[in-house]
Design a protein around this ligand. Sequence first.
Ligand SMILES: [Zn+2]
Length: 118
Amino acid sequence: MFNRSQYSGSLRDYLLEQRRYKRSLRDIAGDFGRSVTHADIQRVLKGIYPVDPDKRIALGLPAQVPVDVCPEHGIPHCYDCSKEVVKPKPKTRNRAYKSLYDWPVHLLRAAIENREEL
Ligand SMILES: [Zn+2]
């Protein structure tokens, strides 16, 4: 029989291997320190991994960090999506009067006299 540091496979495979040697859940949990209980071992065997950071460290699992969901895209990003390149809109003329018929006469006269392109 070997301990966890000698076993290169996943935690779950290691625990399954220990169970094949007829070790009890409490006995296996004892290998990981006081923070890990037999119930934690049982859950990991079912594929349910602890969220508690102390238990994760004791079991040799990577840390988990709470991440905010992007309000714009509705998914968590591992980068800052606000810095994504946004194509600038082509400039459009924003005139007060869209149609020639809306122009006041004196402005239309001035535009025609000065050959202002509409
Ligand atoms: Zn986003």
